[in-house]
Design a binder for this molecule. Structure first.
Ligand code: ADP
Length: 963
């Protein structure tokens, strides 16, 4: 027996490690090693993922650090939904919403509907990877509905694979700037109002005769809405017969720079909208801009004058009936020969007073002109009492007489007075605009300034008159400003310039200055109307905004680059670029503590090797320094520095420098430095930017270092795991080899054992048969015991063989007709048949997936036990059934046997376990162990439900076959 036990132990030792693990030191060791290797691999993957996640989270958290920078508003959004995830305080101030209200809102909800499309188009470009950022001016709708102009700079952050991770927007308030633009427009409108009040048509055309602008008078003169004129041709405003000539003239003027006729006060007919013609007096001025030709025309409607002249001429031919005064007199004698009835009625004293009469006074000048021109009559206007007369004077050489006749133009003069009055009103208006305003004559001599001008400059008109205004211009600007203004006076075109003007307090403010030329009827510039708009605040704000935007953009670029950097070298490059661009310096360096706590150069720009060697290791802080502060040495000459160090710095041509500490998690990693050639006053903005760069840089350096350490550890771990895997593989192979050897050994041993056993059995039987009754009862008994022991041993060896086979054999699973299988088993075994036992199959039984030989083994063992462990004298009754359990089929074998105590139920399936029930039942204690092994190899299981004295219900469970 001990041999058998030994054999089993060897077997168990070799192959059945998981069945009796407690006893098997080597098997357990192997399993432990495999498990360790497995866990290492799992852990490695988990660590890798965690590190990546942490890096991403930290990177985002760090971005968010930018949010706390003062100045601009910042918002972070999900690039997919464009919804806001995070905003800073400034963003809340800007939009009027609280941070809670903004979170979850989309950019489109904030944007003015008319600007959304533009915004989305830009964002799409970003999403498609055509750009990394964009900037646009758009309108926000604040909480409550007010509109705010902003400049939004949007950056899309991507991870190393190029996937969008986050969307960052920097928003700046540009409302003031936009409003300044509005004010400017308002002042332009004022100028337009000035041209619009002109009684004459003023229009500008290009070289193709296309109208560019027309004033309000066009409506009265041509019957066209002035707004409908731009874009139309001037030829539309002239009779057909002149058009070709006009176009040819324009072409020539464009080519030669000169017109064919001097377009000064030329009489020319115009074409009204209703098709009628209107007599015009036209002046054209030609000017060039950006290589193109333009013409500004002033057109006066002379219908009335023409009619009056014609009527006067006509009436003059019927002096007696004429309602207007007509007089004939000698010239130069002055003796009056004829006075018509109208003249006698209007001027009774005319005859008596002669040339002294107001109606005839001052004739010398017009007559001189008349005699010079020959036959053309001359015209003049003259007042008598409160009436105004338009006189026509003609000379009749034959009789040497003058004929004077006139029409009453009092009505027209009143209109002119009204116009003057309206000019007064205009001045009143100009006095009340927010700008400084002035007027100058055609030569630029100032003759009028509004109140605001005097209020601001504290001067008087006498001081300002003519070119006196130069005294409020700071001397440095006089030459340039005066030069440009003179040039514009010459070319007669709109003037614009920006320069400071000194106020009465001596302080200068910046002004945007503009002046429009106003033209007379002949198109000549008669005066200039100018304004000066205070843009000091705007200029300052714009400068600050630009600076801020530049700094923030630098930072965004930098952080974006850090995110993409794959090595420390790339991190340093990005940092040096950002420092140089953001802090406006040409030289910079990055220094880090080495393992020994000495500050060493890690990267630099523009520093000589001598300098680096000389200052290497120098640091204003120790490695463990608590809260180190940046140091700004604005002037090296005056800085408190070690003298030898100062000399080194000065030799390198450095005039100012700064040390910015780089901290990560409160730990000082090193510093970065900026150098300026000349002394440099550091601004608050520069300080903030420097600290922000240092933060980002420290974070990136630490991350890259951690990544490098991780990569090193990973390599080590991988090498270790590889080693381990190899060791495991080698040992497993060795173990397999010995298992195989042991299996074949135990197999042949079992085989070899059975032959002598059978010999013992059969020879003992022969001896028993031979000596039979002759031997004493005790000898017969001994012989019977030998035979029984041999038979038991044979069963045992057989069972062990079966067990070995179960481990060795390769099997294929198939669908089994389990009912057929059971019927066959029963038919082959009389102990399972009546009258010895009663077996009931509750069919039809469900098929299951298994291996025929293994299944036969399992069922035979269970049925054998079912009919065996029955109380003496009781007929065994067995019920066989199947049940569907999910994807499994359970085969039940229920008996009416002695049952099993609960504490034994688990152990039943162990090798050699037998229950001492008080009865003698044959057996080896291996049967159920075989069932468990075989079931496991078929991918199934076995179990039991039982109560002592009430029978047992054993079950086998396998996969349902796939149909
Ligand atoms: P053996 O039958 O050779 O003793 P088994 O491994 O088949 O060994 O069974 C182990 C023990 O489990 C048996 O000795 C017996 O005590 C108990 N047993 C098995 N089947 C039954 C059953 N149907 N009813 C009661 N007890 C059982």
């Amino acid at each position: 027996m001990s041999l058998i036990v030994d054999i089993f132990c060897v077997l168990a030792f070799a192959g059945l490690v998981f069945e009796v693990p407690g006893k098997l030191a080597l098997g357990a060791g192997t399993a432990l090693m495999a498990l360790t290797a497995f866990l290492l691999v799992i852990r490695r993957n988990v660590v890798r993922r965690r590190v990546a996640e942490r890096a991403r989270d930290e990177s985002l958290a760090h971005y968010q650090g930018l949010f706390d920078l003062p100045g601009a508003a910042h918002a972070q959004a999900d690039p997919r939904t464009k919804r806001l995830l995070r905003v800073n305080r400034k963003m809340c101030e800007l939009t009027g919403y609280s941070a809670d209200e903004l979170t979850g809102m989309s950019f489109s909800q904030l944007t003015h509907p008319e600007d959304i499309e533009r915004d989305l188009a830009e964002f799409d470009k970003l999403s498609r990877g055509e750009a990394n950022e964009y900037s646009l001016e758009k309108r926000y709708i604040r909480k409550g509905g007010a509109i705010l102009w902003v400049q939004a700079a949007v950056t899309l952050l991507r991870d190393r694979e190029g996937r969008p991770v986050s969307m960052l927007a920097m928003i700046q308030d540009i409302n003031d700037r936009k409003q300044a633009g509005e004010k400017l427009r308002a002042s332009e409108e004022l100028h337009r109002a000035v041209t619009d009040t002109a009684a004459d048509v003023i229009l500008t055309i290009d070289e193709h005769s296309t109208i560019l602008s027309a004033n309000r008078a066009a409506e009265r003169v041509f019957g066209h809405d002035p707004q409908s004129l731009p874009g139309r041709k001037l030829t539309d405003l002239m009779p057909e017969r002149f058009r070709a000539r006009h176009l040819a003239g324009l072409r020539r003027a464009a080519e030669t720079g000169r017109g064919t006729i001097p377009w000064n006060s030329v009489e020319f007919p115009g074409l009204r909208a209703d098709g009628s013609e209107v007599p015009l007096e036209i002046s054209f001025a030609h000017f060039r801009r950006d290589g193109r030709n333009f013409f500004t025309g002033v057109m006066r409607d002379i219908t009335e004058r023409k009619q009056a002249e014609a009527r006067a001429a006509w009436l003059a031919s019927f002096p007696e009936d004429n309602p207007n005064p007509i007089v004939e007199l000698d010239w130069p004698g002055g003796e009056i020969h004829y006075v018509n009835p109208a003249a006698a009625r209007l001027f009774p004293e005319l005859k008596g007073q002669g040339l002294r009469h107001p109606w005839l006074a001052g004739l010398e000048e017009p007559v001189k002109a008349l005699l010079k021109s020959g036959s053309e009559p001359v015209h003049r206007e003259i007042s008598v009492g409160d009436h105004h007369h338009a006189q026509t004077i003609s000379y009749m050489p034959a009789s040497r007489r003058l004929r004077v006749y006139s029409g009453d133009i009092t009505g027209r003069r009143r209109a002119e007075d009204a116009l003057r009055e309206s000019e007064e009103r205009f001045r009143l208006l100009a006095d009340n605009i927010p700008q400084l305003a002035w007027m100058a004559d055609e030569k630029g001599g100032v003759f009028w300034c509004n109140h605001r001008w005097f209020d601001y400059t504290g001067t008087t008109l006498e001081e300002m008159q003519n070119w006196g205004w130069q005294k409020v211009l700071p001397p440095g600007h006089v030459g340039r400003v005066v030069g440009k203004f003179r040039h514009h006076l010459e070319i007669g075109q709109f003037w614009e310039d920006t320069f400071p003007l000194r106020g009465k307090d001596g302080e200068c403010r910046w002004f945007l200055s503009q002046a429009f030329p106003l033209r007379d009827a002949q198109g000549r510039v008669s005066r200039w109307f100018g304004t000066n708009t205070d843009i000091t605040g705007q200029k300052l704000a714009e400068h600050q905004l630009q600076e801020q935007a530049r700094e923030q953009q630098t930072l965004y670029h930098f952080v974006s680059r850090l995110n993409r950097a794959s090595s420390l070298a790339e991190v340093y490059e990005g940092a040096l670029d950002a420092i140089i661009a953001g802090l406006n310096c040409k030289r910079a360096s990055i220094l880090l503590f080495d393992d020994a706590g000495v500050m060493r150069f890690a990267a630099w720009r523009g520093l000589s090797a001598e300098y680096r060697m000389a200052v290497d290791g120098h640091s204003p802080w120790l490695p463990g320094e608590n809260e180190p502060q940046a140091l700004w040495l604005e002037d090296i000459k005056a800085a408190s520095l070690d003298e030898s160090l100062r000399q080194v710095v000065q030799r390198e041509g450095i005039g100012a420098l700064a040390f910015i500490p780089m901290l990560y998690g409160g730990r000082l990693l090193g510093k970065f430095m900026v150098y300026y050639d000349a002394p440099h006053a550091f601004t608050t903005g520069e300080g903030q930017l420097a600290r922000a760069i240092a933060d980002q840089l420290a974070f990136a350096v630490e991350r890259k270092r951690a990544e490098a350490a991780l990569a090193g550890a990973r390599v080590q771990l991988e090498a270790h795991a590889k080693n381990l895997e190899q060791t495991v593989a080698e040992r497993t192979a060795r173990l397999r080899e010995s298992i195989a050897e042991l299996e074949s050994f135990s197999y042949s041993l079992s085989h070899d054992l059975r032959a002598p056993l059978r010999a013992i059995q059969s020879f003992s039987q022969i001896v028993l048969d031979d000596i039979g009754e002759k031997a004493g009862p005790s000898s017969t008994e001994f012989l019977k015991r030998v035979i029984a022991a041999a038979a038991r041993m044979d069963r045992l060896v057989r069972d062990i063989l079966t067990m070995t086979r179960l481990s060795r054999e390769e099997i294929q699973l198939e669908t089994l007709d389990v009912e057929k299988l059971i019927r066959q088993i029963i038919s082959e075994r009389p102990e399972l048949q009546p009258p010895r036992a009663e077996l009931v199959i509750c069919g039809p039984l469900l098929p299951l997936r298994g291996h025929q030989a293994f299944m036969t083994q399992c069922i035979t063992n269970l049925l054998g036990n079912a009919v065996k462990f029955v109380a003496p004298g009781l007929k065994p009754r067995v019920r066989i059934s199947t049940e569907l359990l999910g994807g499994d089929v359970r085969l039940w074998i229920e008996d009416n046997g002695i049952g099993i105590k609960p504490e034994s139920r688990q152990k039943l399936f162990e090798m050699f376990y037998r229950i001492d029930s008080g009865h003698e039942y044959e057996g080896t204690g291996i049967g159920l162990a075989i069932v468990r092994k075989a079931a496991a190899r078929m991918g199934g299981g076995v179990g039991v439900e039982s109560e002592p004295g009430k029978g047992s219900r054993f079950w086998l469970q396998f996969n349902k076959p796939v149909i």
